[in-house]
Design a protein around this ligand. Structure first.
Ligand code: FAD
Ligand code: SIN
Length: 546
């Protein structure tokens, strides 16, 4: 039987972005938070290094953080977005402290209450953290707070399938009225009606074979927004983290950049360092440069991996700064206090996403997006380490202000039809899904990875179109499952990545194309527009460089 739920705000996603928003909405508003897994599933829980923010104003300044962000972004950041997020950093961190996030105190008598670490591209120590498990500390704190809030209903194992818009229902106007979601445990499709619907679904790095992300990073929100008529921007800029652990049993385990921030060195198998050959900032150069250098070295040497070595530091120092990494590596038989860690680059972060303004407004009235699934203009062509959690907090707080201030306005009422699966049957060919998952992620890695060429991108485009044809055929004829929904989204997002990469006729930041090795003088954003885009109601947006 179909179930209808009605809320003032329906938030898809319970990571840093989704929960921060939920906790900032007026307590008079009824709020639903959906997560397709447990509430702690997603990238937030796995975050290690910390959150970048200017906290110790005696040594650091917003001006300096803005400058570092703009440099890392390789000329493609929107300056107003960078200023907005950096300037609201301190108050966002204060809110987290007030919620009870146990950030690591300073023990070196630096004069500042909390320990601040350093990561690539940052000219100062400005990363506040909870040892090397910052995301876990944040997630556990925010989940506990959300559980206590009487106006928030939490729906675990509820997978949003698609948004419900007026346009899709054949109405003349355009706005978002909620979504269909699959209750994974009962296998029912439910309707969540919302005066405000907010996408906070995280990134899409699962499009790649090797990734630091969990399985859920299938770009669902980006794909849903695109299908509903929202523009997406800069999808070619997928960030590869330089140091994923290379071990057959270590699925997607990251070795934090803070290890390099605290003195870790990248070395070849013979122990020789190489980063100075690529950039004067060596190990602390921005991520695009370090990941490309590792990729280049691996190809040159024919090596399966390179190494990150922090064993020259005292064992106590390593264990106190990186307790989780130390323990996890020991579990794989690697003692990081005594030996180098085998590492390879891994797809890590989606810099592009759903086009939004400062308050998360998308191209569709009633629909907002926040967090990693968005394009705000903060990251440009390459995200500065630890700026993403910061963006989640600041964007969520701004979005809450907008929703709170409009809370008493009348909203359109729409009759929402039931999910119709009367024409489909149970799938008997699930092997198609698992095969297509593998194929997609492999060709994305091989053809749309750290170094690209026109030919490989075109090959990937042909493949993805074929896969989409098969997946849509499957989707139209068989009962939906979570794997099928995620695969459909992943294929959609992969096509957006490929199309964006094909549109960019230069190399910049994270996008490196051998056929266009130079950087253009006038940087421009890659904005893709879906066929059902409605200009009348859309955001007023002028792309950079136009
Ligand atoms: P997520 O935390 O990914 O949450 C997404 C939520 O959406 C989840 O609840 C998921 O269940 C839900 N969801 C997705 N699709 C659906 C659907 N269809 N239906 C229902 N629910 C859905 N950044 C930093 O700034 N500092 C760091 O130290 C750092 N370390 C990182 C370490 C790792 C290993 C990784 C992977 C990332 C790291 N990042 C870091 C990046 C940062 O963690 C993420 O960008 C950020 O946490 C994203 O938060 P989010 O709320 O947008 O999404
Ligand atoms: C890390 O700890 O290296 C991840 C930091 C980030 O992705 O910002």
């Amino acid at each position: 039987m179909l179930q209808h739920h009605q809320y003032d705000a329906v938030i898809i996603g319970s990571g840093a972005a989704g929960l921060t928003l939920a906790l900032h909405l007026n307590s008079s508003l009824r709020v639903a938070v959906l997560s397709k897994g447990y509430l702690s599933a997603g990238s937030t829980y796995g975050a290690q290094g910390g959150v970048a923010a200017v906290l110790d104003q005696t040594k650091d300044s917003p001006h300096q953080h803005i400058k570092d962000t703009l440099i890392a972004g390789a000329g493609l950041c929107r300056k107003e977005a960078v200023e907005h997020i950096v300037e609201h950093g301190q108050e966002s961190i204060q809110w987290l402290i007030d919620q009870g996030v146990p950030f690591t105190p300073d023990q070196d008598s630096s004069g500042f209450e909390f320990h601040l670490t350093r990561e690539g591209g940052h000219s100062e120590r400005r990363i506040i953290h909870a040892a090397d498990a910052t995301g876990r500390a944040i997630s556990e704190t925010l989940v506990a707070r959300a559980r206590q809030a009487s106006n928030i209903d939490l729906y675990e194992h509820h997978l949003a399938i698609d948004l419900i818009t007026a346009q899709k229902l054949g109405l003349p106007e355009q706005y978002c009225a909620g979504l269909y979601a699959l209750d994974i445990k009962s296998d029912q499709v439910k309707v969540f009606k919302g005066n405000n619907t907010i996408i906070a679904t995280g990134g899409a790095s699962k499009a790649y074979l090797f990734t630091s992300n969990t399985d859920g990073a299938s770009g669902d929100g980006i794909a849903m927004a695109w299908r509903s008529g929202c523009r997406v921007a800069n999808m070619e800029f997928n960030q590869f983290h330089p140091t994923g652990l290379y071990h057959p049993k270590a699925k997607s385990f990251l070795i934090s950049e803070a290890v390099r921030g605290e003195g870790g060195r990248l070395v070849r198998a013979d122990g020789s360092q190489f980063m100075k050959d690529y950039d004067h900032r060596a190990e602390l150069a921005p991520r695009d440069i370090v990941a490309r250098a590792i990729d280049h070295e691996m190809k040159k040497l024919g090596a399966d991996c390179l190494f990150l070595d922090i064993s020259h530091k005292p064992a106590d120092f390593i264990k106190s700064h990186f307790p989780m990494i130390h323990e996890r590596c020991l579990g794989y038989g690697i003692d990081i206090t005594k030996e180098p860690i085998p590492v390879v680059p891994a797809a890590h972060y989606t810099c592009g996403g759903v086009l939004v303004d400062e308050q998360g407004q998308t191209d569709i009235p009633g629909l907002f997006a926040i967090g990693e699934c968005t394009y705000t203009g903060l990251h440009g062509a390459n995200r500065l380490a630890s700026n993403s959690l910061l963006e989640c907090f600041v964007a969520a707080r701004s979005c809450a202000q907008k929703i709170n201030s409009a809370a008493n306005q009348e909203t359109a009422v729409m009759d929402i039809p039931c999910w119709d699966d009367s024409q489909v049957s149970d799938a008997d060919e699930n092997v198609v899904i698992s095969h297509n998952w593998d194929e997609l992620r492999r060709f994305m890695w091989d053809y749309v990875g750290i170094v690209r060429t026109n030919k490989r991108l075109q090959r990937a485009k042909n493949r993805v179109n074929l896969l989409q044809y098969e997946i849509n055929d499957f989707y139209n004829h068989f009962k939906i499952s979570n794997d099928l929904i995620e695969l459909r989204n992943l294929a959609q997002v992969s096509e957006l990545i490929i199309d964006s990469a094909l549109e960019r006729k230069e190399s910049r930041g994270l996008h490196y194309n051998v056929d266009y090795p130079l950087t253009d003088d006038a940087p421009g954003e890659t904005v893709l527009t879906p066929k059902n885009f409605n200009k009348q109601v859309a955001l007023d947006f002028t792309p950079l460089g136009s």
